[in-house]
Design a protein around this ligand. Structure first.
Ligand code: SAM
Ligand code: DTB
Ligand code: SF4
Length: 338
């Protein structure tokens, strides 16, 4: 258990499994500002209350529709607003999706995530994605899709199709958001997240760190996520992948320990959620990734590509897992919690 000293330094300590939705900026700032060892100790303690610390859930990603997106997300290589060398691709055929999903399953992935570069899908697009969901489910994998904003009807259709997770990120704090995206609002995102939640689909929602945001923006992003009516079941924390041609190509390098602290605070605020060490691993050292797992990350994207950018090779991830004594797991569904 926590010593009195670390408890004093950390302010209030929230162990015992109660999920909170009333986090305030000052208390989250004080978590971020803890001595590193105290913060990691708290995060690891919370982590062990809810999860096997040596098991990591594995998701694989596939871009089912690449490039030419109408949105202006400053980080994104797929935005039509920037010259990043990506061409326009149409929605790919179901059999290609199933080939990729089988391969991912063979390699140990329990969840298959399909991403489309859309502001929002048409109803016809949704029908084609429904066929992909059915195919991937029949392989015995969990399904996740990220298609942009959804109407209520489309959300219901995806639920009917048996979709397990919908990914839709808040990306950053509400205050910093207008610096990053102007073509849709924070409220648009919250509206889609509410529809997904109300339809009974598990929510995968996180953000990107390293976009030039302030420490308070990082705290406010995590507060926004934790203070949703229910914590997202999956919380992807992405380190910005700086892509040539995007406005954030020259963003300054983030202190890796700030990233680790962000993972630790996410773990403390959302004790039962899968915190995913997401984009950016190709640029991280093994030691940094080990610290992220120690801080409470227990999910990764696995496989040679994210959507359009590189991810570590599956072989090097296997070696890392072996060196750290981590097991690939996670096929049990984490369904709704308060
Ligand atoms: N178009 C849909 C949307 O924006 O909701 C789905 C696909 S979009 C690529 C999914 C998420 O990928 C974004 O919300 C963002 O968090 C993440 N992402 C995109 N480009 C990234 C980058 N360069 N570095 C880190 N994360 C990135
Ligand atoms: C998420 O939070 N990260 C993934 C997934 N959800 C869809 C996407 C990362 C994309 C990184 C840039 C790229 O490969 O295009
Ligand atoms: Fe389009 Fe999604 Fe990229 Fe934004 S993040 S430009 S919505 S693909």
């Amino acid at each position: 258990m926590l010593t009195e000293t670390s408890a004093r330094r950390g302010g209030k300590i929230h162990l015992g499994g109660g999920l909170r939705h009333d986090w305030q900026l000052e208390e989250v700032q004080s978590l971020f500002n803890l001595p590193f060892s105290d913060l990691l100790y708290q995060a690891q303690t919370v982590h062990r209350e809810h999860f096997d610390p040596n098991e990591v859930q594995i998701s694989s990603l596939l871009s089912i529709k690449t490039g030419a997106c109408s949105e202006d997300c400053a980080y994104c290589p797929q935005s039509a607003h920037y010259q990043t060398g990506l061409g326009r691709e149409e929605l790919i055929p179901v059999n290609e999706v199933l080939k990729a999903a089988s391969l991912a399953k063979e390699q140990g992935a329990s969840r298959f995530c399909m991403g489309a570069a859309w502001r929002s899908p048409s109803d016809n697009d949704v029908e084609r994605v429904v066929a992909m969901i059915a195919g991937v489910r029949s392989l015995g994998m969990e399904t996740c899709v990220t298609l942009g904003m959804l109407t209520e009807q489309q959300t219901q259709r995806l639920k009917q199709a048996g979709l397990d997770y919908y990914n839709h990120n808040l990306d950053t704090s509400e205050e910093y958001y207008p610096e990053i995206i102007t073509t849709r609002t924070y409220q648009d995102r919250l509206d889609t997240l509410r529809r997904v939640r109300e339809a009974g689909i598990n929510v995968c929602c996180g953000g990107i760190i390293g976009m030039g945001e302030s420490a308070d923006d990082r705290a406010n992003l995590l507060i926004e996520l934790a203070n949703l009516p229910q914590h997202p079941e999956s919380v992807p924390i992405n380190l910005l992948v700086r892509v040539e041609g995007t406005p954030l190509a020259d963003a300054s390098t983030l202190d890796p320990l700030v990233f680790v602290r962000t993972i630790a605070v996410a773990r403390i605020l959302m004790p039962k959620s899968r915190v995913r060490l997401s984009a950016g691993r190709a640029e991280m050292s093994d030691e940094m990734q080990a610290l992220c797992f120690l801080a409470g990350a227990n999910s990764i994207f696995y496989g040679i590509k994210l959507l359009t950018t590189d991810n570590p090779l599956a072989d090097s991830d296997r070696q890392l897992f072996q060196r750290l004594g981590l097991r690939m797991g996670g096929l049990q569904m984490e369904t709704h919690h308060a």
